[in-house]
Design a protein around this ligand. Structure first.
Ligand code: HEC
Ligand code: HEC
Ligand code: HEC
Ligand code: HEC
Ligand code: HEC
Length: 170
């Protein structure tokens, strides 16, 4: 019984302890002004659409993509068609125009980063580096993506930290 209780307690503790993740950013950043009021809370939360349906990760997995307007039109040919925002989306789709989303997370081009390798790590998921996206009405940078933050997680997970591992000599 005692062992069982201890086990239960430990599993409770562990299920609450976050896995390795980037630290929260110290000074809140303003969300960039996006061309449309897109809400992850509505789409990934309420609708329950999986991240990868809108963010494919083509090989070798260096970048995640943003959704093409055709993904949106799977629903918005019928949903909320009277909204001026959906009218703008529909017009962009009809004219094969991309929506010019502003980047939220961005590291300089000289830094190597691979989504696929990181997402494959035990205990690491999108939330580890981007926060509770499904609860967010608007996306803003809420996790630190500084060199220090990357190196701290590498230290914690015993990954390499020599300078050339992440970028060419500066
Ligand atoms: C699975 C279906 C689905 C897909 C796919 C989808 N949406 Fe939506 N979207 C919804 C629903 C449901 C709402 C909420 C409608 C309401 O408030 O009645 C919504 C609301 C919106 C709104 C708010 C409209 C307003 O004026 O209130 C915007 C903007 C929007 N979606 C943009 C997009 C974009 C951009 C994409 C593609 C990246 C997309 N949606 C993909 C279902 C979808
Ligand atoms: C219905 C489509 C849709 C779904 C589902 C969706 N996203 Fe997004 N995502 C978008 C769009 C559109 C943008 C660009 C607008 C914005 O930043 O809000 C975006 C932006 C982002 C960004 C910021 C990208 C940058 O420029 O730095 C991150 C991070 C992100 N999504 C993570 C997620 C995660 C994690 C999930 C699953 C929990 C998810 N998304 C589910 C459509 C989607
Ligand atoms: C280990 C941390 C980490 C994890 C885990 C992670 N991301 Fe990212 N994400 C980043 C960093 C760093 C960037 C900026 C990359 C750049 O500028 O090249 C980024 C950028 C993005 C972007 C903008 C497009 C791009 O590739 O630059 C999207 C969309 C995104 N992430 C979605 C996701 C989704 C969805 C998941 C889960 C499947 C996820 N991320 C998991 C760290 C992470
Ligand atoms: C959640 C902890 C964590 C975070 C956060 C993280 N890393 Fe990593 N990273 C790792 C681990 C663990 C490995 C080793 C993976 C392996 O050996 O397959 C790794 C591997 C790498 C690699 C080598 C990938 C390859 O192609 O072999 C690079 C480059 C890298 N990380 C850069 C970064 C940068 C830049 C950031 C910050 C924007 C970052 N990492 C944030 C844990 C993390
Ligand atoms: C785990 C990945 C990682 C490792 C290891 C790493 N860096 Fe970085 N480095 C980064 C990232 C990410 C940035 C971009 C930070 C930003 O723009 O906020 C960066 C930026 C820099 C810059 C530019 C800073 C600036 O303000 O222009 C210099 C210089 C630098 N690194 C030197 C080093 C040296 C020296 C080492 C070895 C001791 C090292 N880095 C190891 C990830 C790493």
């Amino acid at each position: 019984m005692r062992v069982l209780l201890c086990g239960l307690f430990a599993s409770l503790l562990f299920s609450q302890a976050p896995g390795p993740q980037l630290p929260d950013i110290k000074y809140a950043r303003r969300a960039p002004d996006q061309p449309l009021p897109f809400s992850h809370k509505q789409h990934a939360g309420t609708n329950g659409t999986p991240c990868k349906q809108c963010h494919p990760m083509p090989d070798p997995g260096d970048f995640m993509e943003l959704p093409a307007t055709s993904v949106c039109m799977g629903c918005h040919t019928a949903i909320k068609t009277d909204s001026p925002h959906i009218k703008a989306l529909t017009a962009a789709h009809a004219e094969s125009r991309k929506i010019e989303w502003k980047p939220v997370y961005k590291i300089p081009d000289y830094v190597f980063f691979n989504h696929k390798k990181h997402n494959a790590l035990a205990g690491v998921n999108c939330e580890s580096c981007h926060g509770p996206v499904k609860e967010r009405e608007v996306m803003r940078r809420e996790k630190e993506i500084s060199m220090q933050a990357c190196m701290d997680c590498h230290r914690q997970m015993q990954a390499k930290n020599d300078c050339r591992f992440c970028h060419d000599p500066r």
